[in-house]
Design a protein. Structure first.
Length: 217
């Protein structure tokens, strides 16, 4: 049976989070289509993973029998996260934009699972080609042609890491203008926000069903 790895990173719980609302819709559609499948879930806001340390980093470039006790302990935590990634037939990541970038908790997870010679920069990678869907929510719009297009660092960064470094099959769902209902200065953008939210939820359900059907075939 197929396994979905779901990573949420929003600091806001439940429906208060735009990204969690969409990842939840994706998960529900996935489970409806594939009820006997497995979901590995990590909430990086509730349970942050360790930030990369010198021991965790250097252990990735040394033989296991040469690890110091500190390296061995730090590397074991990385291996746990990497094995979850390697088990996944599909990956779903909630990546809200905070101050033009991804949450630091998501960056910490990425730093742990990018391991040269195992998950990255190797033809033998078990994760190569795995479909990954990123829900990249944001309070405004950073789409091409908008005034804030130059500040679009989330998609650019995740493309570099997930697609170019880990060789995953990357797709984005982008709910935008999520601050419109809360910011009086953005009131005229509420219809655009609502349209974006509806599209994101529809895209999540469609993508989840398509992936589940493809993996079950």
């Amino acid at each position: 049976m197929a396994t979905l790895l779901l990573i949420d990173s929003s600091v806001f719980p439940g429906s208060a989070s735009a990204s969690r609302t969409v990842t939840d819709a994706f998960r529900k559609a996935w489970e409806e289509q594939h009820p006997e499948g497995t979901v590995i879930y990590r909430d990086l806001a509730a349970n942050p993973v360790p930030h990369i340390t010198a021991d965790a980093h250097s252990a990735g470039f040394a033989a296991p029998d040469a690890h110091t006790p500190e390296q061995a302990a730090a590397f074991a935590e990385r291996v746990t996260l990497i094995e979850e990634l390697e088990q996944a037939d599909a990956i779903l990541i909630g990546a809200p934009m905070y101050n033009y970038a991804i949450p630091s908790t998501l960056k910490a997870w990425l730093d742990n699972i990018v391991l040269m010679g195992r998950t990255a920069m190797t033809e033998d990678s078990k994760v190569k080609g795995t479909p990954v869907t990123v829900v990249a929510s944001r309070g405004g719009s950073y789409a091409p042609g908008t005034p804030r297009e130059p500040y679009e660092y989330v998609r650019n960064y995740l493309e570099a890491v997930l697609r170019d470094t880990l060789a995953l099959d990357l797709d984005f769902i982008v709910p935008e203008l999520t601050m419109a209902p809360h910011n009086p200065a953005m009131a005229e953008l509420i219809p655009l926000f609502e349209a974006s939210r509806t599209k994101a939820l529809d895209d999540a359900a469609t993508k989840a069903k398509e992936l589940a059907e493809r993996l079950a075939a």
